[in-house]
Design a protein around this ligand. Structure first.
Ligand code: UD1
Length: 423
């Protein structure tokens, strides 16, 4: 599973048109939400990602019967056969998003047995906000060996103020609330486009959810939801990754289905760098024509509509090759500058100040090197760095790349990149 590598040669001037896959961060939670209704949920525009296959396996472990036609990107999830509320440690460890099934299980069956996600309760990426929200809704939570035993007797509607607008906690709480009698309020909720996509399918299923400004979700519980057909939104993070690939290779690409209305801050930073961004229509489509003298811009990641943390690593690559110095502040995750060391191997001049701030001094060129992908988004960043670097870059740790992207290397090659994968 962890073997193989991606070999990237310098590739100047990516050019052409490219289409997006469905959004990873939307499809995973939407698959989990299928547990809320008994019936056959049909999802279209489903990306064939390793994480999607993990979530499929998880739902099958609960008793769902699932078919996934990769050619038509259509998945059918039959939840009439659900017969279990237990998610094994093996599945939990592979993917943190597994925790997203807890809310739907509690709502539908009043119980969930979910293994602890990779022993991380006290360390980075805890799930304390999820658990505090459940406890507030009346769920008794007990740690039994490797498992969290959760029993609702019954769930009760509450007003909950999230101290941080966590995407996962907002989603889990909302899914627990949609079948809970009374009115649940989530104040300081995450409003990422993927959260809004979840709200859209839940509404289609019959849920009553209102969004009040600023960042408050009001959920009026209903007694039953129905399985529906739903199309997953295009992946804004894949779009951002492709645009940066074009930017650092002095390229010129178009993404007709790029959801630019939810990418304002990111596109603004690219424009400040000097890249020419053209929007095709009011709601979708972007063309980027790179400048050959990109200027360094500083940025700070943050919850939506801030700069997405998932594009911080690729954007750091763009700063490595820009004119001037930029400062990057990672405010969402405490340990998400791990790609710095790998980029330094390629000649990048980056000084890290603790685990949250990086100062990047632009250089004229990067050099190919052997690098190791430390996580999903960093894997794409290193491939992009390889496209811009002189010589050959060999990246190992490609299972991270497979978790987040569907044949992204093929899309880049179709735009002129020289990439070979050795599985
Ligand atoms: C989701 C996305 C991920 C994205 C992130 C932020 C999926 C599958 N993943 O992750 O790609 O980078 O949103 O946009 O959708 N936190 C706590 N306690 C909790 C929950 C979170 O302290 O109970 C902290 C986390 O450690 C992190 C911050 O809150 O520092 C943001 O996490 P969160 O918004 O929950 O991200 P995820 O839902 O895990």
């Amino acid at each position: 599973m962890n073997g193989g590598c991606i070999v990237v040669e310098q590739s100047v001037g990516l050019q052409g048109e490219v289409a997006l896959e469905g959004a990873k961060n939307a499809v995973l939670v939407i698959m989990a939400s299928s547990v809320l209704a008994s019936g056959v949920t049909i999802l279209t525009n489903v990306p064939a990602l390793a994480d999607v296959f993990q979530m499929k396996q998880l739902l099958e472990q609960l008793g769902a019967v699932i078919t996934f036609d990769q050619a038509t990107k259509t998945m059918e999830i039959n939840t009439t056969t659900l017969n279990d509320c237990v998610v094994s440690p093996e599945l939990m460890r592979k993917m943190r998003a597994s925790i997203l099934v807890a809310g739907p299980l509690l709502a539908r069956f009043g119980r969930a047995r979910v293994a602890l996600p990779g022993g991380c309760l006290l360390g980075a990426r805890p799930i304390d906000l999820h658990l505090r929200a459940f406890a507030r809704m009346g769920v008794a939570i007990e740690v039994v060996g490797e498992y969290l035993h959760m029993n609702a007797h019954p769930l009760c509607a509450q007003t909950f103020v999230l101290e941080y607008p966590s995407v996962g906690a907002t989603e889990n709480m909302m899914m627990a609330a949609v079948l809970t009698q009374g009115v649940t309020r989530i104040i300081n909720a995450a409003v990422e486009p993927e959260v809004l996509d979840l709200i859209a399918i839940l509404r289609k299923m019959g849920a009553r959810i209102e969004i009040e400004v600023p960042g408050t979700l009001v959920i009026e519980g209903v007694s039953v939801l129905s399985a529906v057909e739903y199309e997953i939104i295009p992946d804004r993070l894949e779009a951002g990754t492709l645009l940066i690939a074009a930017a650092v290779t002095n390229g010129h690409i178009s993404i007709p289905d790029c959801p630019h209305t939810v990418m304002d801050v990111f596109l603004e930073r690219l424009t400040e760098m000097g890249h020419e961004i053209t929007l095709h229509s009011a709601n979708k489509g972007v063309t980027l024509k790179a400048t050959d003298v990109p200027r360094a811009v500083s940025f700070r990641t943050g919850p939506y509509p801030g700069f997405p943390t998932d594009l911080q690593a690729p954007m750091m690559v763009a700063q490595c090759l820009a004119l001037g110095t930029s400062v990057i502040y990672e405010t969402v995750f405490e340990n998400r500058l791990v790609h710095t060391r790998e980029l330094q191997k390629m000649g990048a001049q980056i000084v890290q100040d603790g685990s949250l701030i990086a100062t990047v001094k632009g250089v004229d060129c990067l050099y190919g090197a052997s690098v190791i992908a430390p996580d999903i988004r960093a894997s794409a960043a290193l491939v992009i760095a390889g496209l811009a670097a002189q010589g050959q870059t060999i990246m190992t740790g490609i299972h991270h790349f497979r978790r987040g992207y569907t044949r992204l290397e093929d899309k880049l090659c179709a735009l002129g990149a020289r990439i070979k994968v050795q599985e």
